[in-house]
Write a protein that binds this ligand. Sequence first.
Ligand SMILES: *Cc1c(COP(=O)(O)O)cnc(C)c1O
Length: 429
Amino acid sequence: MNGMENKNVFAQLGVSDAVYALGEEVLCGLRDRFAELDRTAEYNQAKVIAAMQKNRVSAACFTMTSGYGYNDVGRDTLERVYADCFHTEAALVRPQITCGTHALAVALSANLLPGDELLSAVGRPYDTLEEVIGIRPSACSLAEYGVTYAEVPLLADGSPDYEGIRAAINERTKLVTIQRSKGYATRPTLSVETIGKIIRCVKEVRSDIVCMVDNCYGEFTEKIEPSDVGADMIVGSLIKNPGGGLAPIGGYICGSAACVSRCAYRLSAPGLGQEVGANLGVMTQLYQGFFLAPTVTASAVKGALFAAALYERLGYRVVPSSSEERHDIIQAVELGSEEAMVAFCRGIQQAAPVDSYVTPVPWEMPGYESRVIMAAGAFVQGSSIELSADGPIRPPYAVYFQGGLTWTHAKLGVLMSAQKMLEAGLIRL
Ligand SMILES: *Cc1c(COP(=O)(O)O)cnc(C)c1O
């Protein structure tokens, strides 16, 4: 029997008995949280299946189309599935949307005209949006087209500054953007409930202001989405949560018919809109990925929670803590030194099904001020719903850990990271 114990098969992968035992101990304290995550996954799974059944998804939906893609049943039905699942009038879900930044850029540029103002209600948005908006000058930015930008930072405790938001709205304010996930910043991730409060605050000042939510990393972490609390558009990437790890590319915009149809005209061309865009044979992956997304997201959240609890136990500061509610899949662990970041990332890499033999090292990445280290061994390149870790080499030497298509793989990754820390003499058990 002894030979068939789980710790032995983990030992074959390089996890020592001591690290495995620590993991089991930490897990004992997480049972209730895991049960709650399973209930959320169950709820969301039912939501997805109901949307697929309502729209009579069938084998015909998986047929490849090419060329213009007129009358693409698979594409049109998938968009109805997204719209019904997220309770919106319309959805644009396309492989032609190359990533989350692209989806957000389409949503913004389609719904803002020269002279309009964009307001970020939750401080500085995700890095890549700085060039989309023109905070950092870039060709074709919104700023170049005469769209101005204002932002209201979060309060010191990380909560929204409702008074500041009301005061920042002027007669030119056309669209308010709200980022759900902290991304790679240190602010807290917003709950859907809090997002709802921000939207109500904005709509009380002027009900015609479009409220857009950058939903990246947040999908299916709660039972409701920002579209359930008044968002006019929710936007995200298919190589994160809603692609379930299977989508090879893509992005989505779900929202009001008026906003989404403008997005379709911006994505393709005025006059063409949503009618064109061949599916290129990726429909099975987009449907099946969406079907898997609730449980895949729950696996990733379990991994994040496990990492938080284990590294807390080892004495590190983690954001969010293991007792906080979670609204996205990202876990920050402040490791305090470059050596610890390297060891952590090597563990994640060594646990991967793909590229496990590669050794991550800090490097000068274009566009970043500090050196960056990244660990990822993914089936879909750059996919961050798959287990990955990265961070800039600068104080507080935080790694951002996310993803895990299965909870078991996320568990192995976390244990392996601790193993590498142990072997480097950075922790003691
Ligand atoms: C990932 C992410 C984006 C951008 O998505 P890409 O697919 O990397 O372009 C935007 N906002 C947030 C909050 C994200 O997490």
